[in-house]
Design a protein around this ligand. Sequence first.
Ligand code: UGA
Length: 416
Amino acid sequence: MKRISIIGAGRVGLVVAACFAKMGNKITVVDIDERKIAEINSKVSPIAEPGLDEILNEFEIEATSDYEKVIDSEAIFICVDTPAKKDGSISLESITAATEQISNVLKCRESYTLITIKSTVVPGTSEEVILPILESSGKRAGEDFGLCMSPEFLRGGRGIEDFMYPARIIIGEHDAKSGDMLCDLYQVFDAPIMRTDLRTAEMIKYASNIFLATKVSFINELGNICKLLGIDAYEVAKGMGFDDRIGDKFLNAGLGFGGSCLTKDLKALIARAKEIGYEPKLLEQVLGLNERQALKVLELLKRHIPVRGSTIGLLGLAFKPGTDDISDSMAITIAETLTEEGAKIKAYDPLAMHNFQKSFPWLECSTPEEVLNCDAVVIATEWEEFNRLDYRGKIVIDGRRVPKAREARIYEGICW
Ligand code: UGA
């Protein structure tokens, strides 16, 4: 059993805390949000992530805002958010504030502590920003404390599974002793471990998310061409996927990628590249194409109905099925565009209606039946239950390939 502290009770921090608790470690979670702290201490997860409530219930996890509680920890994981600023670069406000607190803790700690950054930070941040703050404690990295950067590859809605059964573990290390200690903590996992330096580990995180985003924009661009040529982009992707150099994953054409990670990471690396004098043309196109993709809904709707004055049903608000997260959801672009064009929207989502209405109170939420009774229906998220609805007699613009929707009187796929 090790004493481990997790700084930040967001999606990554909570999953890491829960999984290390499940593995028999003593866990303290530190956050500045008293509401989250109270929820965790009463064994309720502050976020909707499958499996978290069960683990919080079964294992002892202490949540606090008091960094004094971190003093006995042998390992500290920094999992705070690094949100996007207006110019696309990331804000280091939370991570520097947390690091300053850890630096104060280090001053009072006699024995060696391993500090691992799990927050997504642009290459160079651990060495140029985090390390100097930690060393301002008077303690030296590699001697008094260890420093690693180990990015997380947790998908929303499947975080526990992705943490427990990782495809790979990346350990960026300041020095070999730091890396050895993190390897030791991770030895329970059956996954290849790659050890590298801090900035390479930071880049691997961006490269992975951006490559996924690139696959989606690639297949969407191809899909747009396919649609004009009367070809089904899904058949094309299937044919490509047999080649294992290409693979068959992440080639589902549609409305494009949403969520709090892919767009944010793309923008952050674009900003970082520009900062160092490089024009990242491909990355800008990947982003630009994604921003344009959802606008195709309007173009397709206009082929069949006058949008102004119509009521459009919107099926799906979450950025993907299985979550209540609406960050950068394509449903936002669709709802805003159609409203600007003079349409009225009625929307339904199994989990995300509450979140959507908090940010967009003008949106009318309704039942699936009422949504289907609108002048036309747009499918923005591929929830399983949408494949059980009765689309007969309707006009449907399908942005996510829901097979049953093909029964509609008029059916248009975005890229097929
Ligand atoms: C993503 C990565 O997949 C995780 O590996 C990473 O750890 C995480 O970001 C993160 O950085 O925290 P997530 O944002 O949960 O995970 O979402 P994904 O499952 O990757 O889906 C992203 C978007 O791409 C969704 O809107 C989805 O509908 C869209 N997508 C995905 C497509 O349009 N087509 C596809 O073929 C696949």
